[in-house]
Structure formats: C-alpha cells, structure tokens
Design a binder for this molecule. Structure first.
Ligand SMILES: CC(=O)N[C@H]1[C@@H](OP(=O)(O)OP(=O)(O)OC[C@H]2O[C@@H](n3ccc(=O)[nH]c3=O)[C@H](O)[C@@H]2O)O[C@H](CO)[C@@H](O)[C@@H]1O[C@H](C)C(=O)N[C@@H](C)C(=O)N[C@H](CCC(=O)O)C(=O)O
Ligand SMILES: Nc1ncnc2c1ncn2[C@@H]1O[C@H](COP(=O)(O)OP(=O)(O)OP(=O)(O)O)[C@@H](O)[C@H]1O
Ligand SMILES: N[C@H](CCC[C@H](N)C(=O)O)C(=O)O
Ligand SMILES: [Mg+2]
Length: 489
C-alpha cells in the first residue's frame, strides 16, 4: 500500500510503497513506515537512525522528532511525514492498513470494572449466538484469542488483532479503553458503536498528574472517539459519571444511564445476597425485572447492567439480553470462587491491588458470608509505596482475620514490603512471606460459614521475584490447599 493510501503525505511529495508499520525501531523491516512518537522516557526521534538502518521507507513523526534526526533524514531516501499529532496520524494509518474490524465494536472506560464489563458483554453476545470477543487486560478472549501486552494496545497491534478477529468471523467486540490508551490516541482509528463509563476513583496519578486530567482522558471516549448518533452507556451514580453524561448529550450521543439513582434508564432497585450469588431487581425504562446472578459482589450487578446496556444500545433484542444474564459466569480473578472446603467454606480470588479495591472487594463479599472473612493481602514491589499501609489497614478494618504475604516483590526486598503492609494491618495480622503457605494457612483456618479472599493477583499466573517469573496462580493454589487439607479437589 502506498503512503498516501494511509492518509499520510510526505513533505517532498514522494509516495513510497509501504510494506508494514512499526512503532518500535527494533521491529522495522525493509520498506516499513516507522512511527517515531514522543515518549515519556525518550523521543522516538532518537531511534529514527536505527529505523533507517533497518530499511525504513518512511518516517512519521512530529517536528521535534524530525529535528532530532535531521542529519540522518537528510542523508536518506526515506519519505518524511511530519504531523502535529503523530499518534493520531498513526492510529488513522493503522486503521487504513488493516482495514477490517468486527462490525460492532464497543469500548468501556472507567477506573474499575472495564475487564468485567467487556467480558460480560462478550458472554451476552455469545449467548445470543453471535461471534464475539473481549479485548483488554487479559488479552483477547472469546471466539478469537490472542495475548496482549497492554490493556489498550497501540494502534498497530490493536488493528491487527481486530482485523484478524474479523477475518475469523467475529462480528462483535468489546474492548477496554484505558486512560493511557485514550490519552495516547490508541483507539482513534476504531469505529466504535457504543462507549461505556463505569466509575471514577484514584488511579494512575503518576501518569495523569491530577484528577481533572485523568478524567479528561476518560472523557475523550465521548467527546472525541464516538461519533454523533453512537450510543453512550454511563453510570450516573457519581458526579464524574454525570459530567460524562453531559458531554455525551452535548455531542449528540444516544445516552443510556445506569446505576442506583432514581431516573436511571437501567436502575438497580434491590439486591439479595447468598453464598453463591445474588438476586437482582432492576428496571429498564420503567419496567421491573427480577433475575438471579451467579456472581459474587454487589458491584457486579452494575457491571452486568452496563454490559446489558451496551448490547441493547447496539441492537440486540432487549428480552433476549435480559434472558442471558442469569447465565453469566465469573470473570477470571474477579471475585472468582476458586475452591470450596468440604465444610462448605469458600475461597475467592480477586484482583484488588489498591486500597479502594481492597475495601470494595471485602465489603462486597460481606453480605454473602455468614461467618468470618479471612483476607490474604500483599503489595507489589517497584510500585507506589504509599498504598501499602493503606491496603493493610483496609484489610484490618474490613476482614476478620488477616494474612500479609508477598505479591510480585520484583526488585524490592519482600520483607520490607510486608513490613509496610503490616504497619497498616496491625498486630493481629499474621505475616507469612511464602504466598502458597499463606494461602494454605488461611484455607486451613476456614470454619463452616467462613470465606477466604485472596487479593492482589486475580488472573495473574506468575510471581515476579527480581527479574524471574515463577509460575503462580492464586486459584490453583487455593484448590491445591483444599485438596491437601480435605483430600479432594
Ligand atoms: C507510559 C506509556 O503509556 N508509555 C507508552 C508510550 O511509550 P513511552 O512514552 O513509554 O516510550 P519511550 O520508552 O519513551 O520511547 C519512545 C518511543 O520510542 C520507541 N522506541 C523505544 C526504544 C527503541 O529501541 N526503539 C524505539 O523505537 C518506543 O516504541 C516509543 O514509541 O508509547 C509506547 C508506544 O505506543 C507504549 O508502548 C508505552 O506503553 C508503555 C510500555 C506502558 O507500560 N504503558 C502502560 C502504563 C499502559 O499503557 N497502561 C495502560 C493501562 C493499564 C491499567 O489500567 O492498569 C494500558 O492500556 O495497558
Ligand atoms: N463496578 C465496580 N465498582 C467498584 N469496584 C469494582 C467494579 N468492578 C470491579 N471492581 C473491582 O476492581 C477490580 C478490577 O476489576 P476489573 O478488572 O473488571 O477492572 P478494570 O477496570 O479492568 O481494572 P484494570 O484497570 O486494573 O484493568 C475487581 O477485582 C474488583 O475488586
Ligand atoms: N497494573 C498493575 C497491576 C498490579 C497487580 C499486583 N499483583 C502487583 O503486582 O502489584 C501494576 O502493574 O501495577
Ligand atoms: Mg482491565
């Protein structure tokens, strides 16, 4: 495909044949377009010289990138495209390069719940007989599978995956729109039929610096990505959700609100919890429905209604969507029932890895449990240290028994991390460095009616120690512990 067919124009008017697109100089091959993007650690312009050496046929960058590599560019035959916003230009080029995408793509943003909502959306579509995928933190799942390194991949990977999925017959895709992804224009070339906003709380302030710019990134889904006439499914329980809804209205989107507040199009009216799930009473456009969800945690009802809203807003039959909800199954590592003792006590695994999530996970488990909640908590190395005592404290306040253990110590001293978590967890907490042993001891302590909640790793399958990754899966360890104690799996 020629450069001009990718929506790009070289300064000297040349229009070379492009053989592929790369954002990393190390992946450049003969005739590739290399996108040299401004980065946080470096400017991609620094790598133009390597890209040229690897045979790049064209360079897409901004003015700064062109200046950095001025000498090398002058000495080369490669076409140079200087764009005001090279990330947006790259997104457009990647979309034109790969062309195909599933007919219906929806995108979900919000601090928590993106993986859950996209997974439920995919499950509903499949239940309706459609070929569907979800795409995000856990890779691509459903009727087409692939591994991903990012929640929202950069445009070349994103469009490659979308076009491969479409080629394999997938017609429906639900993707996570991370705030990094929105801010970096990774989704700009995707035709999105509906967007959703789940909720807003503290996260990623290292990147976005303050709450307003973090929100502004999320709001781009409604102000920028979705075209007028597309649908917006928004939880209006919090002030930021209401702000997003206003943006959607102003843009001429078809707004569907959900939540607990009066006036929501999809409204949670009541929930009743038991050991294996919950009964949910909700209304849709004024009509009341009562269904059973085999899902643990009050917040999953919000995620389910969001998913239902996305399906209905993109044309699925309302009655069939509602009929599919009782069949939804737990998302891997999100309040997942991992194992059960012979005495009935349950072991759950959840991806809560920040203080707010620890509180939400423990609070949402409470009404399902007659007896005690035994929490297993730890914090990752080489990450925000401030959250460690807060996570310990959250466990102390919202669980009955607390075990503090390791969670991806990475390059830090695991004992030092545990000490910081213990500072919040208090003197009654038990420190057990080895995560498998901590799980075994917690499972051993379970009495009838109790439940254990293993937090922090969710779907992860490795424990990162130094630069090594040791196979480790919380759900599997829970089963192993139950088998060791009860002689069954
Ligand atoms: C902070 C951030 O988002 N960074 C993204 C950004 O790169 P950067 O600014 O870090 O890149 P850099 O290291 O400064 O290098 C600048 C440029 O030079 C290029 N380069 C670099 C080295 C080289 O040898 N050759 C080369 O061409 C890089 O590809 C890059 O384009 O642009 C790159 C290319 O598009 C992304 O791969 C990179 O994601 C990094 C790896 C990352 O970890 N991002 C995370 C924080 C992220 O995006 N997370 C979100 C949300 C997760 C969540 O919700 O928890 C996600 O969607 O996954
Ligand atoms: N609607 C919700 N409200 C509050 N907390 C939630 C909600 N949904 C999920 N959570 C909590 O957040 C954790 C992560 O959920 P999920 O993976 O669905 O979110 P995410 O937005 O994809 O997160 P990430 O940005 O880490 O990928 C869950 O394990 C649970 O503890
Ligand atoms: N996206 C998050 C996930 C954290 C998961 C937890 N298990 C940890 O390692 O801290 C991070 O990399 O900070
Ligand atoms: Mg996610």
């Amino acid at each position: 495909m020629n450069l001009s067919r990718l929506g790009l124009r070289a300064g000297d008017g040349s229009d070379p044949l492009i053989t592929g697109i790369s954002v990393d100089s190390r992946q450049v091959r003969d005739g590739h377009l290399f996108a040299a993007l401004p980065g946080s650690a470096a400017h991609g312009g620094e790598f133009i010289r390597y890209a040229l050496r690897q045979g790049a046929g064209a360079i897409l960058t901004d003015r700064q990138g062109a200046e950095i590599a001025a000498a090398e560019l002058a000495a080369s035959q490669a076409a140079l495209v200087v764009a005001e916003d090279p990330r947006a230009a790259l997104a457009g080029a990647a979309a034109l390069w790969f062309q195909a995408q599933p007919d219906t793509v929806v995108a979900v943003t919000g601090t928590s719940g993106k993986t859950s909502v996209t997974t439920f959306t995919r499950q509903i579509w499949q239940a309706l007989g459609l070929k569907a995928i979800n795409l995000g933190t856990m890779g691509v799942q459903g009727d087409f599978t692939a591994k991903l390194a990012h929640t929202t991949p950069e445009p070349v990977t994103l469009h490659r995956v979308l076009s491969e999925a479409a080629a394999s017959g997938v017609t429906h895709a639900a993707m996570e729109a991370s705030s990094h992804g929105l801010d970096q224009r990774r989704l700009d070339g995707v035709r999105v039929a509906a967007g959703a906003f789940t909720n807003f709380s503290q996260d990623h302030l290292d990147y976005h610096h303050d709450f307003d710019s973090y929100f502004a990134a999320k709001a781009l889904l409604f102000s920028h990505i979705l075209e007028p006439g597309a649908a917006a499914v928004i939880c209006t329980d919090d002030a930021r959700g209401r702000e997003a809804a206003q943006i959607a209205r102003d843009r001429g989107l078809r707004l569907m609100t959900y939540g607990r507040a009066e006036g929501c199009d999809l409204r949670i009216l009541a929930q009743r919890y038991d050991a294996t799930g919950q009964e949910l009473r909700f209304s849709l456009n004024g009509r009341t429905h009562l269904i059973r969800l085999n899902l643990i945690g009050g917040f999953q009802a919000e995620n389910v209604l969001c998913a239902a809203g996305l399906c209905i807003a993109t044309g699925s039959d309302e009655a069939r969507v509602i009929a599919a909800l009782p069949g939804l199954t737990t998302v891997r590592g999100r309040m997942e029932l991992a194992a059960q003792r012979r005495n009935g006590a349950a072991v759950f695994v959840d991806y809560a890895h920040k203080p707010g999530a620890v509180i939400a996970a423990l609070q949402s488990l409470r009404p399902h449990v007659m007896g005690r909640i035994i929490a297993i908590v730890g914090a990752g190395g080489d990450r925000d240290r401030g959250k460690r005592p807060l996570m310990g404290e959250a466990a102390r306040q919202h669980a009955d028994v607390v075990y503090v253990t390791d969670d991806n110590p990475r390059t830090e001293d695991p004992a030092a991390i545990r000490a910081e978590v213990m500072a919040g967890a208090g003197p009654d907490a038990t420190e057990v460095g080895d995560r498998a042993e901590a799980i075994l001891r917690a499972v051993d302590a379970l009495e009838p009616g109790d439940a254990a909640l293993i937090m922090g790793k969710g779907h992860e399958t490795g424990q990162i120690v130094g630069s090594d990754v040791f196979p480790f899966d919380d759900a599997e360890q829970a089963s192993v512990a139950v088998a060791a104690l009860d002689g069954t799996i």
